[in-house]
Design a protein around this ligand. Structure first.
Ligand SMILES: NC(=O)c1ccc[n+]([C@@H]2O[C@H](COP(=O)([O-])OP(=O)(O)OC[C@H]3O[C@@H](n4cnc5c(N)ncnc54)[C@H](O)[C@@H]3O)[C@@H](O)[C@H]2O)c1
Length: 447
């Protein structure tokens, strides 16, 4: 790694100290004095899919009693079987005793009837990502849940105010955004909706700590903190391969920066079809004045789902996970860029990193200014615990401070001039850069 993304030992030490401080501060969400978490002994997890099963395990592991609810007998059976398999695998690997597995399993009860969980202290909804479905479910939960229960949704990005409005008790509704696999990943975004009561937030922040997770408070915003920044990173990576870089070049720049995997290798691992329906649905409401990128949808349509189909952004030898360059795909990519009218050109590491990383910083500045995130350190924590951002860099906002905001702003302005509206500089970034300040200083001055 060269240039401004390179770190000295002193930089690494400062990053480690910053993360430690950010961890200590994240739990302080400035609630009025005397606000205490509501007691939680029993949790109802609704939706026994990928997320619901993981959330149920995370809760059972922490000693909570869990109801796992699904609308479909088959869905419930699959969910419970997956939970059993995951525990059994941990026992086999020597990470869990058979007795601990039995105790945890005994804490998770499955049901198809919401009312069975009526006494739950906390509900976590994890059904399909569909606003109408979630609203209808929250109406049903509202009808059976005991007064004072906390009603949380694990939505990845739907409007939680619209979900809360379906109930008679919007003050009890908030977001509890877990990451997959939910019993492993250490991040919990707690999302405050317009009417969420302070003690509901306290309850969810305390839940995060009890589950051994880093809980970070966000407000309602498309993608909350983590996915709002991820959108910028993901978008630029895809534009880069249209503009002339090849997937392995983007990935090599990112791993050189410190990510364990590059973004295209990650897409191939997760499955390029993840999010396909959502993306397709969004196409209808897109601003035609903006540049968009649909390469990943085209991959899916060609059966390039990633590791599971043996080909995606890379090709995979049978049964193996190492990405190999795929000349057939690269030839298609070059032809596709030309079809889109792009003049392909060689793109160096520094441009790849600037475009992948500075969009996140710019969006982070927007989140701070709007109060979606409370502090730059919170954004950094989200990135380190949920998105694999290299710890040595201290998180995107800390990295920007290290590089110097005037330098970051200059790059964002240049990218804005070259690429247009996606790169419009955030007012806070501009203000701090022009004042010779930093995100860290801004946070300290606000106290
Ligand atoms: N998968 C991820 O990586 C991830 C990460 C964070 C958040 N989320 C969010 O979590 C939620 C669940 O995602 P998932 O990937 O676990 O979905 P999934 O498709 O694996 O599981 C959804 C489950 O909900 C059940 N269900 C549907 N309608 C129901 C109802 N009315 N009552 C009870 N159960 C019902 C289904 O039978 C299914 O078992 C979504 O909102 C998603 O956006 C997902």
């Amino acid at each position: 790694m060269t240039g401004m993304f390179e770190l000295t030992d002193a930089d690494r030490e400062r990053a480690a100290a910053h993360i430690e401080q950010a961890r200590a501060e994240a739990a302080d969400i400035s609630l009025p004095a005397g606000v205490a978490p509501r007691p939680v002994h029993t949790v109802a997890v609704v939706g026994a899919g990928t997320m619901g099963g993981g959330i149920a395990m995370a809760c059972a592991n922490a000693g909570l009693e869990v109801w796992l609810v699904d609308a479909e007998a088959a869905g419930l059976a699959r969910g419970l079987a997956r939970v059993r398999e995951q525990y059994a695998a941990s026992v086999q690997r020597g990470r869990l005793t058979a007795q601990a597995m039995d105790e945890r399993l005994a804490r998770i009860r499955g049901t198809l009837v919401l009312a069975d969980a009526a006494a739950a202290d906390l509900w976590v909804e994890a059904v399909f990502e569909d606003l109408v479905l979630k609203q209808s479910l929250f109406r049903q939960i509202d009808a059976v849940a005991r007064p004072g229960a906390v009603l949380a949704t694990n939505t990845s990005g739907l409007d939680i105010d619209a979900i809360a409005a379906a109930t008679s008790r919007p003050q009890d509704v908030a977001g509890a955004h877990f990451f997959s696999p939910a019993h492993v990943m250490k991040l919990l975004e707690v999302v405050r909706a317009a009417q969420t009561a302070p003690d509901v937030l306290a309850t969810l922040m305390a839940l995060g700590a009890r589950l051994g997770k880093t809980a970070v408070l966000a407000r309602v915003y498309p993608g909350f903190i983590g996915n709002a920044l991820f959108r910028q990173y993901n978008r630029e990576a895809h534009f880069l391969v249209e503009d002339g870089a090849l997937p392995h070049e983007v990935d090599a720049a990112l791993t050189g920066f410190g990510y364990a995997m590059g973004i295209f290798a990650v897409h191939d691992m997760a499955g390029n079809d993840v999010g396909y329906p959502t993306r397709k649905a969004q196409m209808a409401t897109r601003d035609p004045a903006r540049r968009w990128n649909d390469l990943i949808m085209k991959l899916v349509e060609q059966g390039r789902l990633g590791q599971k189909s043996g080909r995606g952004w890379y090709r995979y030898d049978s049964g193996r996970r190492e990405p190999q360059r795929d000349p057939e795909f690269e030839a298609w990519l070059v032809a596709e860029s030309q079809r889109l009218g792009r003049q392909r050109r060689p793109i160096g590491t520094e441009e790849i990193l600037e475009r992948c990383l500075y969009g996140m910083v710019n969006e982070g500045a927007r989140l701070l200014e709007q109060g979606i995130a409370l502090r730059p350190g919170d954004i950094d924590l989200v990135y380190l615990t949920g998105y694999g951002f290299p710890a040595a860099q201290g998180g995107p906002m800390f990295m920007a401070d290290r590089i110097g905001l005037p330098r970051v702003l200059a790059a964002v302005e240049r990218l804005h001039a070259e690429h247009g509206v996606w790169w419009e500089p955030a007012p806070l970034l501009r203000r701090l850069a022009q004042a010779g300040s930093s995100f860290g200083q801004w946070a300290r001055e606000r106290g």
